[in-house]
Design a protein around this ligand. Structure first.
Ligand code: ATP
Ligand code: MG
Length: 390
């Protein structure tokens, strides 16, 4: 891809950037050369993104020139996972009296902020998604950004009309933004849980479900109960937080959500990372032991786990045998067909192999089905059916 900007030719820019990041100039040059630091494109070209975690800077961090310096929107920090609830929670949050427990919703992560006086929705990797940006403009109370230009909203986008993680479990008709964090620009510092909730309420944003503050001593048992209930609805799990948001957060998920990830992973078995598959299976092992499951429960877990692996495999292998290609179906809903064109262009830039169907009018909007093609799994399966060795 040809570069529209050539940072090397602008030593003054490099010097200012180096200064802002606290790196030396050679390092900044090197980051550009390796594309670890790169630009978005088109009208968002002014936004630089970190494609990789560098020193203390999260992957997906975005920055842009403002006044004579830079403004930074930090990436969302990776949340570490508790494999067992007890003693992990007590150990991690030692010294706290209580922990705040929130639902971990299963959609896709996005940061919404203003940069150069425009609203942008930034993906986990630091790209500006034109579809999510448009939805943010339509659905969010934008007064918030006028009142707090220094804040960034961190949220989970859920619902069926999205191209990334489409789930019908949340009683959301199209797509909705559920906010879980407010953080400051530059420092990335989060507001405390209570402050965040107060502001989100004031501006009428949807928030992730809050299970309250739970005493540290009883947290493992209480969370076990919460997880069982969430699991029954196929909900993902919880994020456990320091009410002041000083200590780092932890996550823990339901068996049903592990299985649902596995169903997806094995359908596209040749494109999914091995670690992704393995870690979800190992989680099941720890959960059954920690929850002291007896024979009947254990057998049930075995069936669910086994089916979530073998069912999608059977389906994929069969459909290729019958001459079909494997793909994932997604859909978006728009007011203006320009958003479809922008989004199609965006996926192309990212190298996603997708086919957009003709838009169908629904009320004032258009629904567009998208087929994301899984070439690698299709090709591999086909080759095996032609007698090739693994
Ligand atoms: P996974 O989503 O499968 O855990 P991941 O790599 O995205 O994988 P993390 O890096 O740990 O996991 O990030 C946690 C994810 O949980 C983020 O994508 C975030 O959007 C999502 N999330 C959902 N609900 C919450 C919540 N209440 N608080 C924090 N994060 C949440
Ligand atoms: Mg997720």
């Amino acid at each position: 891809m040809s570069r529209e900007w050539n940072e090397e030719k602008d030593p003054e820019f490099i010097a200012r950037l180096a200064d802002c990041l606290g790196f030396d100039k050679e390092r900044v040059h090197h980051l550009f050369e390796k594309d670890y630091l790169a630009r978005n494109w088109g009208k968002y070209e002014y936004l630089l993104r970190f494609d990789k975690e560098i020193s203390h800077i999260e992957r997906g961090t975005v920055l842009y020139e403002k006044d004579s310096s830079f403004e930074i929107i930090m990436g969302f920090p990776k949340i570490r996972r508790a494999m067992v609830l007890d003693p992990t929670i007590k150990k991690h949050f030692i010294g706290l009296e209580k922990v705040a427990v929130e639902e971990k919703m299963n959609g896709y992560n996005v940061r919404i902020a203003t940069a150069n006086e425009e609203i942008i929705a930034i993906t986990r990797s630091g790209y500006i998604c034109p579809y999510t940006t448009q939805k943010a403009k339509e659905k969010l109370n934008l007064k918030f950004f006028e009142d707090f230009p220094e804040f960034v909203l961190y949220g989970e986008i859920v619902g069926p009309d999205n191209p990334y993680v489409s789930k019908d479990i949340y009683n959301v008709e199209s797509v909705e933004f559920y906010i879980f964090d407010i953080r400051e620009k530059n420092s990335g510092k989060p507001l405390s849980i209570s402050k965040k909730q107060e502001i989100l309420e004031k501006y009428g944003f949807f928030q992730v479900r809050f299970f309250g503050e739970i005493p540290l001593e009883t947290a493992p048992k209480e969370i076990e109960k919460i997880i069982r209930e969430l699991g029954e609805k196929e909900y993902e799990g919880v994020v456990i937080k320091d009410p002041e948001m000083i200590l780092s957060q932890l996550k823990y998920t339901s068996s049903q959500s592990n299985c649902s990830d596995l169903r997806h992973a094995f359908k596209f078995y040749n494109e999914t990372g091995r670690d992704y598959m393995l870690s979800r299976i190992v989680r099941e092992g720890f959960q059954t032991v920690e929850w002291k499951e007896k024979d009947a429960e254990f057998k049930k877990r075995c069936m669910q786990l086994g089916e979530s692996i073998l069912d999608p495999l059977r389906e994929s292998i069969r459909s290729v045998k019958d001459g079909q290609r494997i793909y994932e179906e997604a859909r978006i809903r728009v007011r203006d067909l320009k958003t479809v064109a922008d989004f199609e262009d965006y996926l192309k830039r990212l190298g996603v192999d997708a086919v957009f169907e003709e838009p169908q009018a629904v009320g004032e909007e258009y629904l567009v089905k998208i087929r994301k093609l899984n070439k690698s799994t299709s090709d591999k399966t086909q080759a095996i059916w032609q007698g090739e060795l693994w």
